[in-house]
Design a protein around this ligand. Structure first.
Ligand code: PPE
Length: 295
């Protein structure tokens, strides 16, 4: 926390921490995987760059350099002697003045790590999940500036996720303000049509790093990919569909709003990309070594 290692039980903050009340904080979600050469952090540089972009968009000045944050993340994994974990850097506005305008409140930075298994369940990642198009829409890009990964946005995501779960589904899919598919509560979405991949363009979604990785892997495998808006009914008739995200990794979607996708199990393209993805993050594919930072 702010440059110091703090014991887990002592990692506390004041109740009048500004971000806790007003939702302005920016964060990252990064995974570190066990490899033959020890723990490896996946696309660390890109995640730290996005953290700084998020802060820049929201006029928060991070009191450290990108290099310092990258080093701190590596050290935090190392001191915890953990082989595989999720890493959560958080930049938030600290204790000081109350009221919306934070004036001179300090910008605080924390990095936490913990072991985190599959996000949508072991069965979800192998057999696929059932999702529901949410009645809540993703905020307009002039309200939810989608290039930023901001704490407050996840209020909307939680509404959608709670609704989906209360209706017996595993996850929510949000539409954008014009009614096109945008993304999951915490995942980007891909569909397969005529053997080719299609994913939402960056106009209404978080610029996912897993999304980018999957597009690059697909390109190298000769699988055509387009970034193009699509509607919920195109998703209904897709041959395959899957979510991507740091937490969700590559999670097949087997059902949307009661409609079976393809054969109701992970399809050929999804399975291939999922297996390549796990090879890459676990250091079993030399071609993508530059994406790994060994601890
Ligand atoms: N869209 C949203 C809204 C989102 O939150 C995430 C990540 C993504 C897309 C995928 O981005 P990327 O991780 O760079 O591929 N969501 C993070 C938070 C999940 C949580 O429940 O916490 C994550 O996956 O780490």
């Amino acid at each position: 926390m702010d440059g110091e290692f703090v014991e887990w039980e002592k990692a506390n903050i004041h109740i009048l921490t500004h971000s806790l009340h007003y939702g302005l904080g920016v964060f990252e979600g990064i995974r570190c995987y066990a490899t033959e050469k020890g723990p490896a952090i996946f696309r660390l540089k890109e995640h730290v760059e996005r953290l700084f972009s998020s802060a820049h968009i929201f006029l928060m000045k991070i009191p450290f350099t990108e290099k310092e944050i990258m080093e701190a993340i590596i050290k935090t994994v190392a001191v915890n002697k953990i082989k595989e974990c999720y890493i959560r850097p958080l930049v938030y506005i600290g204790y000081g003045a109350m009221g919306l305008y934070p004036k001179d409140n300090p910008v605080k930075v924390s990095i936490a790590v913990w072991p985190w298994g599959t996000y949508l369940g072991e069965e979800g990642i192998t057999k696929g999940i059932r999702i529901k198009v949410s009645s809540f829409i993703r905020g307009h890009v002039n309200s939810n500036l989608s290039r930023g990964k901001v704490c407050g946005y996840y209020v909307n995501s939680q509404l959608a996720k709670k609704e989906a779960i209360s209706c017996g589904y595993d996850e929510a899919l949000l539409l954008d303000t014009e009614g096109y598919v945008s993304e999951g509560s915490g995942e980007n979405v891909f569909i397969v049509r005529n053997g080719a991949l299609k994913t939402t363009p960056l106009t209404s979604i978080l610029e996912g790093i897993t999304r980018d990785s999957i597009m690059e892997i697909a390109r190298n495998e000769g699988i055509a990919t387009v970034e193009e808006r699509f509607t919920r009914d195109e998703l209904y008739i897709a041959e395959e569909a899957f979510f991507t995200g740091t937490a969700a990794e590559v999670t097949p979607i087997r059902e949307v709003d009661g409609r079976t996708i393809g054969e109701g199990k992970p399809g050929k393209v999804t399975k291939k990309l999922q297996s390549l993805f796990f090879d890459v993050v676990k250091g079993r594919n030399r071609q993508y070594e530059s994406w790994l930072t060994y601890v």
